[in-house]
Write a protein that binds this ligand. Structure first.
Ligand code: ZN
Ligand code: FE
Length: 263
């Protein structure tokens, strides 16, 4: 790791969230991406010997902002987050929206509006570092539930992420991969890349290891929510000629009521 690299430290929080710290050694800045659990974040900071200077929130849900107040009170850090959720995010100092750039030491995060899971949800894309923090918008082999947006809104958001370079490393906020993969296999069992990936995911989880981060390239090949053009998926859903957004909507609806087969 060179002096100028963006250092990333990932750790489990709550039931199935991930916490992330990012650090620029030369600039001596450290940010928590969301605050699922103040205690777990304090512990991670201590383990790394880093001092919290920023919180970067992706959306307002409690498992992403629950530690804001406590961490801000204790560290006087600056809270950055979505402008459209300014009234729902505790302690928000710097509201951002699509196209804004947030400078973090020598690194630059481009803000991408990705409404759907919540209406103000944003992603942070560190283009030069080939990294994006996508919160609850895109998961490994899955996508966020549509709590506030429509399928159309979410599909448009996912298309923005699909346009990033394929080698972009994606940090999503939950370990939902095994259940997501079971659904993915149920709608596209013909997909060889998907079957291979699930073998790997089961191995990792059996060993208690994380499946996050992922890459955009891998998601494009195996995530059904990014694959509404797949003829296999279309065939299975009985929607051979539908618009991608209709296929996406049907997938999202089926996933909401999907019960994974017993292992
Ligand atoms: Zn959420
Ligand atoms: Fe969440």
């Amino acid at each position: 790791m060179s002096e100028t690299d963006l250092e990333i430290y990932m750790f489990p929080c709550l039931r199935d969230n991930y916490g992330f710290l990012i650090h620029d050694r030369r600039a001596r800045v450290t940010a928590a991406i969301d605050t699922p659990d103040a205690g777990a974040i304090e512990k991670a900071l201590k383990a790394k010997g880093w001092k919290l200077t920023h919180i970067l929130n992706t959306h307002h849900h409690a498992d992403h902002t629950g530690g804001n107040a406590e961490l801000k009170a204790r560290t006087k850090c600056t809270v950055v987050g979505p402008r459209r959720e300014v009234n729902k995010i505790p302690g928000l100092d710097i509201p951002l929206a699509d196209g804004d750039i947030f400078r973090f030491g020598s690194h630059m995060a481009q803000v991408i509006d990705v409404p759907g899971h919540t209406n103000g949800h944003i992603a942070y894309w560190f283009a030069e570092d080939r990294v994006a923090f996508v919160g609850d918008t895109l998961f490994a082999m899955g996508c966020g539930r549509l709590f506030e947006g429509t399928p159309q809104t979410m599909w448009r958001s996912l298309q923005k992420l699909m346009a990033l370079p394929e080698d972009t490393v994606l940090y999503c906020a939950h370990e939902y991969t095994e259940a997501n993969g079971a659904f993915a296999l149920s709608v596209e069992p013909e997909n060889r890349d998907l079957r291979d990936r699930m073998d790997e995911v089961r191995r990792l989880r059996a060993g208690g290891r994380p499946t996050v981060p992922t890459t955009l390239g891998l998601e494009l090949r195996t995530n059904p929510f990014l694959r509404p053009m797949s003829r296999w998926i279309r065939g299975r859903l009985g929607l051979p000629d539908a618009d991608p957004v209709e296929v996406f909507a049907e997938l999202r609806q089926r996933k909401d009521s999907f019960v994974p087969p017993a292992a």
